[in-house]
Design a binder for this molecule. Structure first.
Ligand code: TXE
Length: 500
């Protein structure tokens, strides 16, 4: 690989190094080699970024813009993302190891978030309350919160940032974005487009660095009004606790261990594709992975055979080739975690019928690859069925009937998503009713949209991203009382409906 690329943080419309002058490196997962370096931020940088965001929230052009003008800026940003889609996709391939095929599609879709929330910006209306007091006018208005800290994970850096930035900005907030230390590049490429679109300095800032040094300082900063977080469950819990001390708003998008449930009346060709995309797409590094495949006993063996022959044929290797179907794992700690879980499953007595280790195929070179792995004979109480692996490892669990499918599906601390494969409308509706998860897919899997609310039940998180309701997570309600009375009544007597 050629020269190492140097990135700088972005605060108040300017590129800058960190206060400490230190750097950290990012690797290309396909080769395992360093390709870029980033400023290693600390609490001082956080303070500068939050101050810039607070200043932009209270002074200058941004707070004076109409909602329609904010919407126009967001739509312009969407256009710029579309124009620069290829370059952004290539950055993500390099930094994260994501497939170019997936990223090209994702980058064609990301502008929609800016168009949708840009369009929503001037449709947020308060209400006039038919108040029960004489000579009183009472109404509500929605106002932005202030500085939003957007903290994102490494698995889909730009998409996850977009889910936070588009509604936060549409609502009139300012933002400090902290991407994962493993994948900071796309945020810094993207923020150039924010500037080009014409957002005033300080409205969007990007700081790079580690969770304990930058993330924690950001969550604890007194001028941060809200934290929008995507990441692991343990970190989410810590963020929630820290934010609670400052009484900050929090939305958390955490992990999952989603059941993908195949009934014997399903279209099995479709269900096989759904099971494969549920766990092997994005190398299984998605919070919505269908990592528990529940298969009805009567079709279990046939289904597993079909699934394995489909998965076996998946092409691994160079993520920048359009032919590749399963790419590398993004980080070394993640690869080690996945391999650790494969050992745990073997130790628990699950049967490994596909993969089961690091990929040593020649086309994988020195990259961080794990073979697509399938375990059968998994019981739902095993760790491999209960804990999020976040990799290409599938646990197949047989079930008898609907009742047992619901019981196993819900017997988990998470509740992010679930899939149901059936041709019976009665069964589909019953299952969607009884499964406890924020998203249920029937005869499809992994579908998301800017229009459709996304978020978790139980320990999978708090709040919803996407869809109209997402913007209210970045707003607060103000209630205004105006007396139209000539005289202020006796201050020692409370007035009730019917009193003159
Ligand atoms: O995530 P972290 P990691 C799961 C997955 C993975 C595990 C750990 O199972 O193996 O989480 O991944 C920042 N205060 N998911 O370690 O630590 C951090 O810098 C504030 C599921 O990469 O949660 C990064 O920007 N911020 C998940 C972000 O939090 C802190 C996606 C997420 O990092 C912080 C990714 C702190 N104290 C991993 N510590 C999903 N839901 O999709 C860290 N951070």
């Amino acid at each position: 690989m050629g020269e190492i690329k140097t990135y700088r943080m972005y605060i108040e419309g300017k590129s800058c190094e960190s206060a400490s002058g230190q750097w950290f490196e990012s690797y290309y997962p396909y080769t395992g080699k360093v390709w870029a370096r980033f400023p290693r931020g600390n609490a001082e940088d956080v303070d500068r970024a939050v101050n810039a965001a607070q200043k932009a929230f209270t002074q200058g052009e941004w707070p004076r813009l109409h909602a329609s003008q904010r919407g126009a800026l967001l739509r312009r940003l969407g256009d710029l993302v579309a124009e620069n889609a290829q370059a952004l996709a290539e950055t993500e391939v390099q930094d994260n190891g994501k497939l170019i095929a997936e990223m090209s599609a994702q980058l064609r879709y990301i502008p929609q978030w800016y168009y949708y929330f840009g369009g929503l910006a001037d449709k947020i209306e308060g209400a006039v309350i038919p108040i029960d007091k004489p000579e009183t006018f009472n109404y509500t208005r929605y106002e932005p919160l202030g500085v939003v800290a957007a903290i994102t994970a490494w698995n889909s850096p730009l998409l996850l940032a977009t889910w936070k930035l588009a509604p936060a900005l549409a609502a009139g907030n300012t933002v400090v974005l902290k991407p994962s230390e493993f994948t900071s590049a796309s945020a810094l490429e993207f923020v150039k487009l924010v500037e080009q679109a014409g957002f005033p300095p300080g409205v969007v800032n990007v700081i790079t660095g580690f969770g304990a040094e930058v993330g924690d300082a950001l969550v604890s900063h007194p001028d941060v009004a809200k934290v929008a977080f995507t990441g692991g469950e343990m970190t989410g819990q810590k963020v929630y606790e820290t934010a609670a001390r400052g009484m900050k708003r929090v939305s958390l998008e955490l992990g999952g261990k989603s059941p993908n449930i195949v009934f014997d009346d399903a279209n099995l060709d479709n269900a096989v594709k759904g099971a494969v995309s549920g766990i092997f797409a994005a190398t299984g590094q998605t919070c919505i992975a269908g990592s528990r495949l529940l298969v009805q006993e009567s079709i279990h063996n046939e289904f597993v055979d079909r699934l394995v022959s489909f998965a076996k044929a998946a092409r691994m290797g160079d993520p920048s080739s359009l032919e590749t179907q399963v790419g590398p794992v993004t980080t070394v700690p993640q690869m080690e975690k996945i391999l650790g879980y494969i050992d745990i499953a073997k130790g628990e007595g699950a049967e490994c019928i596909l993969g089961g280790g690091r990929a040593t195929r020649p086309e994988c070179g020195d990259g961080w690859f794990v073979e697509p792995t399938v375990f059968t004979g998994v019981r739902n109480d095993m760790r491999i069925a209960q804990e999020e692996v976040f990799g290409p490892v599938l646990s197949v669990i047989p079930f008898r009937d609907e009742e047992e499918a619901v019981e196993i599906g819900n017997d988990i601390v998470y509740g992010l998503a679930a899939g149901v494969w059936t041709q019976s409308i009665r069964r589909a509706l019953t299952m969607t009713d009884r499964l406890r998860a924020g998203t249920i897919w029937v005869n499809t899997y992994r579908a998301v949209s800017y229009m459709s609310p996304f978020g978790g039940y139980k320990r999978s998180g708090l709040g919803r991203e996407n869809g109209q309701e997402a913007i209210y997570d970045f707003l607060q309600t103000k209630c205004v009382w105006i007396s139209t009375a000539e005289d202020t009544p006796n201050p020692f007597i409370m007035r009730l409906p019917g009193d003159d």
